[in-house]
Structure formats: C-alpha cells, structure tokens
Design a binder for this molecule. Structure first.
Ligand code: SF4
Length: 234
C-alpha cells in the first residue's frame, strides 16, 4: 500500500473503554485487509475509500479538547494499513495526547516504526496460532504477521493487551484454552475475552452459545490465575 494522506472512516469523540483507564477520542482508520465474519465495522473495510470524514477536521476538534481528553486511540479498520499513520500520530502527540493503537497485527514492519510513538496497544488474537484456524476467520493467510507483531510487542516492553472475540461459529472452548496457554508461554500479561455480539447476517448464534464461550469456569479460573489482568468484556 502506498498512500500519502490519512483516510479516516469515522470518529468517536469521547470513549472511556477503548484505551483502558484513559479518556480518549477514537479515530477509526479507513480500510482493513481482513474479512472477519463478526465485523461490526464493515462500512470502513474498503481500503482508502473516500468519505466525508476529514483528518484535518479531527485535528481541529482535538485542539479544542486539549486538557479535557487524555488520549487518542487509533482504531479501525486496521490502522497499520495506512503508510502515513506515523505522521498522523506525531501530529496528535505534539498536541500533548497519549496514543492508543488497536491492531490485528498487520504489517509488523510498520508496527516496529510506530511503536516508539505509542503508549498502549490492543492486539487482536483471532484464533489459535494455527494457519487453517486463523485463515478461517480473516480469510487470508497472515498468521506469520500476527506472530511477528506479538513478538515485537513483547520485546517493546510497553503497555499492551491481547484480546479475542469469542465467536462460537469459529472458536470452541478448546481453542480458547490453546490461545490462553500460548499467550501465557510467550509472556503476555494482559488478556481479555470479548463476548461476540451476533452480526445481522448471523442467523445461527444464540445468546446462550455466545455466553457459554465466555463462561467456562475452568478456563476462567486458569485465565484469572495466569494473567495479571484478565476479564470478560460483554
Ligand atoms: S480486523 Fe476488525 S475491522 Fe477488520 S474485518 Fe476484522 S473485525 Fe472488521
């Protein structure tokens, strides 16, 4: 991808949940290379699609929020799709805001350049580290990128969390055990399970099925005992 202008897909002016413990504005970067079946942001998946949101207007808004908001979270879509993400982050940092980043681990080489500018990262772990399982969700074979991104975060030493959206159509409790043990072995300290909220096209998943996946007592006990921070987000 080669783009010289940041493309914004949407904005949330105030959020208490996207950067843990911090009040942030959220900017949704346009474009995502993946096709997760549980995506609630389908409208911003098309890469570099023009729309009515303007980066300049967002920065103007931030100037008026200096001292009233602590941070800006770059979310998606997939922020690492955009080549000039680093310039956008620098512009926001110069206003005095902390920086949060949500990513699925796409383009680790880009992540490596961005990390020195970032205060906190939320990394999606979509499946066990098994090519077929990962590909079943994101529909392309990008597992190596995710593994390399996680290794970068572990070496970085900054604050980050891993999280998994628990979609019962693609993940079982056994899969969640595999993910949890892998992350534990690698040295991840913060891990969160996110209850899946069925998308409109999903006519099969019931609330019971979604709830069961985030309520297994043996798994929850393991997660509580083995991660410094763990919780189920519903
Ligand atoms: S990574 Fe996020 S934005 Fe991209 S398809 Fe998956 S859920 Fe949607």
């Amino acid at each position: 991808m080669n783009n010289s202008k940041i493309v914004v897909g949407g904005v949330e002016k105030f959020s208490a949940v996207d950067f843990p413990g911090v009040l942030s504005a959220v900017v949704f970067m346009q474009g995502c290379p993946w096709k997760c079946p549980y995506c609630h942001n389908a409208s911003i998946r098309e890469i570099l699609k023009e729309n009515s949101f303007s980066w300049e207007k967002f920065v103007d808004f931030l100037r008026k929020r200096v001292g009233r908001l602590d941070a800006v979270t770059f979310s998606g879509g997939e922020p690492l799709v955009q080549d000039c993400l680093g310039d956008a982050i620098k512009e926001v940092k110069e206003l005095g805001f902390k920086i949060g980043l949500h990513t699925g681990g796409y383009r680790p080489e880009h992540l490596a350049k961005i990390l020195p500018l970032v205060d906190w990262v939320g990394l999606d772990i979509k499946a066990p580290f098994d090519e077929a399982k990962y590909q079943a969700i994101i529909r392309v074979n990008h597992l190596k990128k995710v593994e390399d991104s996680l290794d970068l975060l572990l070496q970085w030493g900054g604050d980050f969390e891993c999280r998994t959206t628990c979609d019962p159509r693609f993940l079982s409790i056994e899969d969640l055990w595999v993910i949890a043990k892998t992350l534990k072995e690698k040295g991840v300290k913060k891990y969160f399970l996110q209850k899946y909220r069925p998308v409109e096209s999903d006519k099969t998943s019931t609330d019971d099925m979604c709830e069961r996946l985030v309520s297994d007592s043996g798994l929850l006990k393991y997660l509580q005992e083995n991660f410094e921070n763990f919780e189920v987000r519903k």
